[in-house]
Structures are given as C-alpha cells and as structure tokens.
Ligand binder design. Structure first.
Ligand code: 3HC
Length: 339
C-alpha cells in the first residue's frame, strides 16, 4: 500500500491521506506515488502540466477518431443489404458518436474548451486515427471494419479502462462494451459472406486484403520510434506498448481468420515456437506516415465532410443554447418570486 508523504486529499474517495514522513516530497514525486499505488487522478488533483497536455492530446485524438470514424461506415447505411444489417450498422454508428461525446467531455475536465478541440480537428492541427482515411468500397468492408478495426480498437482500449486518469478510464468502460458488440457484428457479417457464393467469398477476401495492414498500423509506430510511449507507460496512461498490443492483435486475428477461411495478406506470417507468437512481415511505415500527415486516400474527403457537418449543424447548437438560456431565466424568475 502506498503511503503518502505529505497530507493530501484524494478527490476520488474524499479521504484525507495521512502524513507519515516529515520530509516534504515534491508534488511530482507524490503524484507518481499515487500512480504507482493505482490511485486514480481526478480533475481537481494536482498534476504535472505535461501529464495534462499528454492526456488532452491522446483523449482528443481518440474523440476525433470516434467522430471521423462514423464517416466510412455511414457511407453504407443507405445501402445495407437487409433491414437487420441496416439496424445493426445504424446502432453502431450512433455508438461511435456517443463515444466521441464522452471522450470530448472527459477531455474538457482537463480545462480545455470543446470549441478549441473541434477547431483543432477542422483546421487539420489535430490528429485522428490513420485507419479512417481508407475508402469503403464494398459491403464486405463494413464487416472487415467491425472485425479488424474494432478488434484492434478493443485490444488498444480495454487497457485504457485502467488508465490513471479517472474520467478517461471510466468513459472507456462503456466504450469497450459497445466496441465488443461492434467487433462481433463485423465478424458475423464476414462469417455470413464466408458461407455464401464464390462472389461473396471473393468480396470478403478482397476486403481483408485491403484492411489488414492499415489495421496493423493502427497501433502506432514501433516502440523504438514512439516518442510518447515511455512516459505514458510510467504515468499509466498507456498500459501496454504499441508493439505489445499489435502482437496480441496479430495472434488473435490469425486464429479468427481460420474460422472465416480467409488468407491474411502477409506471406511472412508464421508461428514462432520459441516466442509463442506469430511473426509477421515488415510494416510499410512510409504509407503510415503519409496517411498520418494528411496524404491518405480519403484524408481531404473526411475533413471536408466533418467541416460541412459542423457548419450545417450550427443552428442546432444555437437552438440548444437559446433553450438553455431560456430555462435559466425561467428558473431565476421563479426563485426571485419565491424569495
Ligand atoms: N493514426 C494517427 N496518428 C497516430 C497513430 C494512428 N494510428 N498512431 C500513432 N499516431 C501518432 C500519435 O498520436 C503521435 O502523434 P503526436 O505526438 O503528434 O500527438 C505520434 O503518432 C507518435 O505516436 P506515439 O506512439 O508516440 O503516440 P501515443 O503514445 O499517443 O500512442 C496511440 C498512439 C496508441 C494511438 C495512443 O494515443 C492511444 O492508445 N490512443 C487511444 C486510442 C485511440 O485513440 N484509438 C484511435 C482509434 S479509435 C477507434 O478506432 C474508434 C473505434 O470505434 C473503431
């Protein structure tokens, strides 16, 4: 059990923690002590400026990814092959919108305005996941996104439920439950295609060929080239490194591909008896960085669609603000009447 060296309040439990040592440790050491003791950091707790900035960066990129992530799939809502598929896809896309909103709210607890975050997205200053810059050209792409993209997202996000920052960790619990439904709906779409006609099986294989490597890239640069991993691991924002999560994803996906009877497009995929993991081929990091820098197949299209939706939704935000002001005025008038 971690013992606090200076008196301080844990805002999560509201406990006043005892002072056991006269020596005043620095705020930063105390902060790291709480993290090492698995005590959540809450919005009003003291935190190093760099921790706050790292969280704003990661949570906002994550929120933007959820919001932009609606676009490739939204493209198929009106073309889903049956009412059942349409309902599933609609529910999934709505879930992504919800995830974006929880995450923007979690980010706002760190003292940044939502308008600023949205502005960073719309001006191209903020990053969002590379994966959403690829096109969805067939119905099988919707299955492949569910299986591979949501599968990769869960692998990365379940550990974030144990992130040191309370609001982010708590938001992720619900997000992960929903992501697991998304992964299963995608897998079920592909399983149906795998039992279909030759044409359907070819469509499935083609989608997996196109989505496999971008999904493997989603985990970010290799640990040796990742500037943020070491510090984020120390602060328990990240619980596993990019390469560790990528390896878990590859191991799980190879087994699932056997059930779908599809070939993963990597001739170097091979089980390694020594490590107990699948070895895989070289990732095209040039492609990854091109997409991250805005030069992927759909980057411009995605940003333009987001900006257009934001502009066209201005009247909804204005109406909501006007309604809130009216409610506040009404409440103030009724309070003054009682007084
Ligand atoms: N796409 C775009 N940028 C990426 C990226 C990717 N796939 N992977 C890494 N990067 C960026 C990082 O943001 C960082 O940029 P910055 O320093 O300018 O902000 C840079 O590349 C270096 O990478 P690092 O590994 O050092 O960065 P991190 O420590 O932040 O790790 C991460 C990257 C693993 C993505 C981490 O931020 C993370 O776990 N984020 C939370 C999860 C998330 O955002 N997932 C996005 C997908 S959400 C989703 O898929 C929705 C679902 O509905 C399908």
């Amino acid at each position: 059990m971690y013992e606090f060296k200076t008196p301080c309040i844990n805002y999560y439990t509201q406990h006043i923690l005892p002072m056991t040592d006269a020596k005043q440790l620095s705020l930063e050491e105390n902060f790291q002590g709480k993290i090492d003791a698995e005590i959540k950091i809450e919005p009003k707790d003291w935190m190093p400026e760099k921790y706050r900035k790292t969280l704003i960066r990661q949570i906002s990129q994550h929120a933007h990814s959820e919001i932009v992530g609606m676009l490739p799939e939204g493209n198929w809502i009106s073309r889903a092959p049956s009412l059942r598929r349409k309902l599933g896809l609609l529910a999934k896309v709505q879930d992504e919108a919800g995830h974006g909103l929880y995450l923007y709210s979690a980010c706002e607890t760190l003292g940044i305005e939502r308008d600023t975050l949205l502005d960073q997205l719309h001006t191209g200053k903020a990053k969002y996941s590379s994966i959403f810059n690829y096109p969805t050209t067939t119905w099988a792409d919707i299955g492949a996104i569910g299986w591979l993209v949501d599968g990769a997202a869960i692998m990365n996000q379940v550990p974030i439920c144990r992130c040191s920052y309370g609001p982010y960790a708590r938001a992720m619990v619900r997000v992960c439950k929903e992501e697991s439904f998304h992964q299963r709906q995608g897998f079920e779409i592909l399983l149906t295609l795998s039992k279909g006609t030759d044409e359907q099986r070819a469509m499935l294989q083609d989608a997996v060929n196109r989505w496999w490597w971008p999904a493997v890239m989603m985990f970010g640069p290799s640990d040796k080239d990742s500037p943020n991993t070491a510090q984020s691991m120390k602060w328990k924002i990240k619980r596993f490194t990019n390469d560790d999560l990528r390896q878990k994803f590859v191991d799980v996906s190879v087994e699932q591909a056997k059930i779908l009877n599809v070939t993963l497009p990597d001739p170097d995929l091979k089980f390694n008896e020594e490590t107990g993991h699948y070895d895989f081929g070289v990732i095209d990091w040039d492609e990854f960085w091109q997409v991250v820098k805005g030069n992927g197949p759909c980057n411009r299209q995605r940003l333009n669609a987001r900006k257009k939706a934001h502009e066209e939704g201005a009247w909804v935000r204005e109406a909501a603000m006007a309604y809130a002001e009216k409610q506040e005025q009404r409440q103030a008038t009724s309070i003054s009447k009682v007084a």
